[in-house]
Design a protein around this ligand. Structure first.
Ligand SMILES: CCCCCCCC/C=C\CCCCCCCC(=O)SCCNC(=O)CCNC(=O)[C@H](O)C(C)(C)COP(=O)(O)OP(=O)(O)OC[C@H]1O[C@@H](n2cnc3c(N)ncnc32)[C@H](O)[C@@H]1OP(=O)(O)O
Length: 215
């Protein structure tokens, strides 16, 4: 049986291809560092031309947000698995036979915390998001109110990180899930999350308002 993808299906074309190319750009910049200083003026000019070309297509923010949330299926714009989001590491999560999620990702220098290793905030984001998707797959669309995370071993840049996440249960408005980041057999990060269901009208309303209306 073919495994089910819980995150968005990556495409080789369109905005997904632009996002991938931008990830390669960010990776190249972080690897080159100050070695590009001498060429920086020309690089900036070239990048500014590209930015202006892309910006010409951008609708205003409320319209863009509304369009994003009208797209069917898993989020294509999330910061952890959004195929259209150039800041998102390329994470795909698959549904295991027991309903839990599993995926793999490799992170470059842009995500460095301690020397040669992944930033804890990046690990926390991977966990938060995977836990949220595990809940959503179980039928519970919910927002995080608490995330308890333990960093047990540092994750080397460039290693293949296995992401595991499962929905653990519901208690009234609260939903629980947990997960791990592993490198090989080593458990590097463990996390448990408490989420609040979006089914309450006032909670839904809070997240329906667009940034400008909240000001
Ligand atoms: C981003 C949107 C996602 C939408 C999901 C839908 C689509 C799903 C599809 C695909 C999944 C993709 C995956 C997404 C994952 C993303 C995860 C995030 O990054 S979420 C953003 C960060 N989180 C917030 O911004 C919440 C901010 N918090 C709030 O707005 C409020 O706390 C709110 C509305 C959630 C609840 O506030 P109240 O006033 O209605 O309720 P009160 O009474 O304070 O809390 C409700 C229950 O939760 C407990 N609670 C509250 N905080 C807690 C905490 N820190 N730890 C443990 N329990 C806590 C309380 O004790 C209470 O429990 P008792 O019902 O009394 O048993």
């Amino acid at each position: 049986m073919e495994a089910t993808l819980a995150t968005a299906q990556p495409r080789d074309t369109g905005i997904d291809a632009v996002a991938s190319a931008t990830r390669r750009l960010v990776d190249a910049i972080t690897r080159a560092g100050g070695a590009i200083d001498a060429d920086a003026d020309r690089i900036v000019a070239d990048l500014d031309v590209l930015t202006a070309r892309i910006d010409a297509h951008a609708p205003d923010l409320p319209e863009r947000i509304a369009t994003m949330w009208r797209q069917p299926g898993p989020g294509r714009f999330d910061p952890a698995g959004g195929t259209e989001n150039p800041l998102s590491p390329p994470v795909s999560l698959w549904v295991e036979p027991d309903g839990s999620l599993r995926g793999e990702v490799t992170l470059g220098l842009a995500f460095q915390g301690p020397p040669g290793h992944i930033h804890g905030g990046t690990s926390a984001m991977l966990m938060d998001h995977a836990l949220g998707i595990a809940n959503a797959r179980a039928g519970y669309a919910a927002v995080t109110v608490g995330l308890d995370i333990s960093f047990r071993a540092a994750i080397p840049i460039g290693s293949t990180i296995t992401i595991l996440a499962r929905h653990d249960g519901r208690d009234g408005r609260k939903v629980r899930s947990s997960g791990e980041l592993r490198v090989g057999d080593l458990t590097c990060v463990t996390a448990t999350g408490t989420f609040v269901l979006m089914d309450d009208p006032s909670t839904r309303e809070k997240f329906r308002r667009l940034p400008r209306e909240q000001a």
